[in-house]
Design a binder for this molecule. Structure first.
Ligand SMILES: [Zn+2]
Length: 494
């Protein structure tokens, strides 16, 4: 395969995690779009456009679009991004390889398998002779169409995703290995009928830790090139939504055996997956936090978590905190991060720091699961031009500091609080609209709770209004019988 000329490898993809249960559509404006040479330059493992010393490779970036999670992508935005990617791909031909960089849980209005649609179009353009390697999030949903169109696919093995960049580099390494050794592998694909949220399937505690730990054992087997397992994405009412195993390799018997082993391991562990922290309704978590009588207790407002696709402006936790005399009076203090509302930001910025304001928050992004709430208080701080949240204000009502960004913004890092003259360690409770805590917040939390709150990513999975899932599936059908886990084998392409 490697001839005397450069190896030509294309890169591209569209990445978003989007909930079909969110009323807030994602549009092209929500995506950061990179083109051409900007793409290779965006990965930390490329140095001056060269990957791991491989100066025989020419990287041809097409289009790489990425958005923070949200609601379904509107069809016109998807078609526009797909169209531009394909146009740039045509200009890059002929290609020896293509690195398909996606999340895997993109919902597009009117489509059941957006990534399958996109990769099929890419395969058609590049032809069967081009090797395609995909790198994904383990919260993606993997259809037979997707696996049928790629030569190899790998996914994160840790959640929280501390191995995100390492995984993308592995996907590129996989691609170069196939090209160098002139291999077109088989793929064993198995759907595991289990659909659990990421908050219960972290690899930082059991049983996720053990199940995911086994992937390296499978990968060490002769004839296996990559072993991957997807938890899948719960908040997508689509037939493909499910846990999935894909094992890629040169020996079809070996990959079939390993895929079945991994799938069986995940299936057998299904009832043991649980939240890493105590869970309860909003008021219960506040009760628990207060009873501890300590600073820096963190509560996840999990149903409205924008990092999983929630609309992010449900003001429930602000309302529940202010309903308590301790917080209304200022005797106890809290931070709520965050409830976005552009109009409230304008009002507060116009009034200025220290001024008294009355604003309305909530009910804009998610009027279905949420509602609006009047908030009166002092403008505590202002931070302008945040790259994610744009202009941000803090309105202090009683003892509750409500962070109000202009746009949706998750809070994972202490310095983002410090930008607003806040620190969770100075307050009794900090509410974050995220699911499991990212390492830095986990470190800062004296105790943590997860509130089962309403929203587009409600953690009460059996209560979600699913209509199009493949049934039976756990936990919706808890009494279902043992599933068939024999994988489907896809033969070499080309
Ligand atoms: Zn993920």
């Amino acid at each position: 395969m490697v001839s005397d000329r450069d190896v030509r490898i294309g890169i591209g993809g569209i990445a978003i995690e989007s909930s079909t249960f969110s009323p807030l559509l994602s549009t092209r404006e929500n995506f950061s779009i990179l083109r051409g040479e900007e793409i290779a330059a965006s990965y930390p493992y490329f140095e001056n456009g060269i990957f791991e010393g491989r100066d025989d490779v020419t990287w041809l970036g097409t289009l790489k679009a990425r958005s923070i999670p949200g609601g379904p992508v509107d069809a016109a935005s998807y078609q526009a991004m797909k169209g531009e990617l394909l146009e740039r791909l045509e200009q890059a031909l002929p290609l020896d390889g293509f690195f398909f960089d996606i999340h895997g849980a993109m919902s597009v209005v009117g489509m059941d398998d957006a990534e399958g649609d996109l990769v099929s179009a890419i395969r058609e353009a590049v032809g069967p002779g081009c090797v395609i390697s995909a790198g994904m999030d383990l919260h993606g949903n993997v259809s037979e169409v997707l696996v049928g169109a790629v030569d190899i696919v790998t996914a994160y093995r840790q959640a929280p995703h501390v191995d995100a960049m390492e995984t993308k580099a592995r996907a590129v390494r996989n691609l170069l290995m196939l090209l160098d050794e002139d291999i077109r592998p088989h793929r064993a694909w198995a759907r595991v009928p289990v659909l659990l949220p990421g908050e219960r399937t972290s690899t930082f505690w059991e049983p996720g830790k053990t199940v995911y730990g086994k992937l390296t054992e499978s990968e060490a087997v002769d004839g296996v090139l990559d072993a991957s397992l997807w938890v899948g994405y719960v908040w997508a009412d689509q037939p493909r939504a499910s846990a999935t195993t894909v094992v890629t390799g040169t020996d079809s018997d070996a990959i079939a055996a390993e895929a079945e082993k991994i799938s069986r391991c995940y299936w057998d562990a299904r009832q043991a997956f649980d939240f890493g922290v105590p869970v309860g309704d909003a008021d219960w978590t506040i009760d628990q936090a207060l009873s501890l009588n300590q600073k820096s207790v963190i509560i996840s407002d999990s149903g409205d978590n924008p990092t999983a696709g929630g609309a992010g402006d449900i003001p429930l936790m602000v309302e529940r905190l202010l309903a308590r005399p301790e917080f209304a009076s200022g005797e106890r203090t809290a931070i709520v991060a965050a409830v976005p509302n552009a109009e409230a930001v304008t009002t507060a910025m116009t009034a200025g720091e220290g001024a008294e304001v009355t604003v309305t928050i909530g009910g804009v992004n998610d009027p279905v699961n949420g509602y609006s709430l009047e908030l009166s208080g002092t403008v505590y701080s202002i931070y302008e031009n945040d790259p994610v949240g744009s202009d941000i204000v803090v309105i202090k009502s009683g003892g509750v500091h409500v962070i109000v960004p202009s746009r949706r913004k998750p809070y994972h890092h202490i310095r983002e609080f410090e930008n607003l003259r806040l620190n969770p360690k100075d307050h009794d409770i900090t509410v974050v609209k995220i699911g499991y805590l990212e390492p830095e917040l986990k470190e800062a939390a004296s105790s943590a709770f997860l509130a089962l709150t309403p929203g587009a990513v409600n953690q009460d999975i059996p209560a979600l209004p699913f209509e199009r899932l493949q049934r039976p599936i756990y936990p919706l059908d808890p009494e279902m019988s043992e599933p068939e886990l024999t994988p489907r084998i896809f033969g070499p392409i080309g």
